[in-house]
Design a protein around this ligand. Structure first.
Ligand SMILES: [Mn+2]
Length: 410
């Protein structure tokens, strides 16, 4: 992708004068014995470099002149016979566009030189507060030259940039959504009462594996009353004939996430009550989508949701007065969130006006435990100059179309 160099320039612009910023890819984390967890790159580092590999450090220098450098590991021929090759200087240059690529062994000595020659007095690390992940603080501890300096956080600067997507990023998300759709359709083709939720989920996972992509978060496959638990993910119940199944799932394509929810009738036909609830959620979801445009906030969209629900739930006799407090018994999350390199992506506050290039989810749900019914419908929406584009338009959600499709299966 071509935007990394541009983003590094934007970060450099926002640093205080006489500063160094460190952005670390992160390290592999040991699971047990000689096994490691799948590597999960620091997304801010990845955003600025396009490099998805452990133990690489990006250094941005804003001294008397501006500079960018990458520090990589020296290759270890014996290790490479056991595992994979680590990134070479040529590859690092090609992927990131950073021309000055050096070895980690030289980092400390180099930094002492830079501090002296460039008059550096500030240092930025990339510090994620929740969960507490310090990308770079250990590094500073190991370099006494930084002891007396003011320490700043580069996290917010990068997070703000990440909230508005480049066209290449949106393309990756479109690919993730296509694969998600394929996985959902494969489940619909095999869905029948009596299966375990995880058996049906296996048809989804099969499609992901055949594209060699991981899930973007733990798949939720919640039938019947399980769907009233927002993050149910044990997925081990038997799917009953007259129940629905709620899926909340996604794919990560080159780390770019999709996040989709759909709720299907297990036997192919919604019951009257299920259809009542489904229609309220779908009507609300469409109303929210229609309202997405630059300037609107997530909080405003959520209030719109509450208004729709107050009316809808009163109509079907579940609430009396139509207050937000009553609605909160059946809907207690928010209408959506930013989507990108993280499923719950960074950089967009609830009261922040949407801007063109942002991608958000539109995911109202209703959870009616006394009826054993939970419905959530979620699409991924791109904010455009004059409104929005639903990126996940292709994924079936009209209830008549769903019933017709399920009836047409062989
Ligand atoms: Mn979501």
């Amino acid at each position: 992708m071509k935007f990394h160099a541009k983003k590094r320039q934007e970060v450099l612009k926002q640093l205080n004068n006489s500063s160094i910023a460190f952005l670390c890819a992160g390290a592999e984390i040991k699971e047990t014995a000689d096994e490691f967890y799948p590597f999960s790159v620091n997304r801010n580092f990845y955003y600025l470099t396009g490099i998805d590999e452990a133990d690489v450090i990006l250094v941005l220098i804003k001294g008397r002149k501006e500079e960018e450098r990458l520090y990589i590991k020296k290759s270890d021929p014996l290790k490479e016979k056991w595992y994979a090759k680590t990134i070479s200087r040529e590859e690092a240059i090609a992927r990131s566009g950073v021309q000055d690529v050096r070895y980690l062994d030289d980092l400390k000595a180099d930094m002492e030189k830079v501090i002296a020659e460039e008059g550096i007095v500030n240092v930025y690390v990339d510090d994620e507060e929740d969960p507490i992940i310090h990308h770079g603080l250990d590094l500073l501890d190991s370099m006494p030259a930084f002891d007396e300096m003011d320490v700043y956080n580069v996290y917010e600067i990068v997070a703000k940039l990440r909230a508005v997507k480049e066209p290449e990023e949106i393309e990756e998300m479109r690919k993730a959504i296509h694969i998600t759709n394929e996985g959902i359709m494969n489940m619909l083709d095999h869905m029948k009462p009596g299966m375990k939720e995880y058996e049906l989920q296996a048809y989804y996972t099969f499609v992901l594996n055949s594209h060699q992509v991981p899930v973007s978060f733990t798949t939720i496959a919640a039938s019947g009353i399980n769907a009233t638990v927002l993050h149910y993910s044990t997925n081990n119940s038997v799917m009953q004939d007259n129940d629905m199944i709620l899926f909340d799932l996604g794919v990560a394509k080159n780390r770019y996430c999709s996040d989709i929810s759909r709720t299907f009738p297990i036997n192919g036909k919604y019951s009257e009550k299920q259809r009542l609830v489904y229609d309220i959620v779908l009507r609300t979801q469409k109303k929210v989508m229609d309202a997405v445009k630059p300037g609107v906030t997530i909080r405003q969209l959520n209030n719109l949701t509450l208004d729709c629900y107050a009316k809808g739930l009163k109509e079907i006799g579940l609430i009396e007065k139509g207050t937000y407090e009553e609605v909160a018994n059946y809907y207690w999350h928010s209408i959506g969130h930013s989507l990108g390199l993280d499923t719950h992506d960074v950089g967009l506050g609830r009261d922040e006006p949407l801007r063109p290039g942002m991608v958000i989810t539109d995911e109202p749900g209703l959870y009616i435990a006394e009826w054993g019914i939970g419905v959530r419908i979620e699409d991924d929406i791109l904010v455009t100059e004059d409104g929005h584009e639903c990126l996940s338009e292709e994924i079936i959600k009209d209830p008549d179309a769903i019933e017709a499709y399920l009836a047409s299966r062989k």
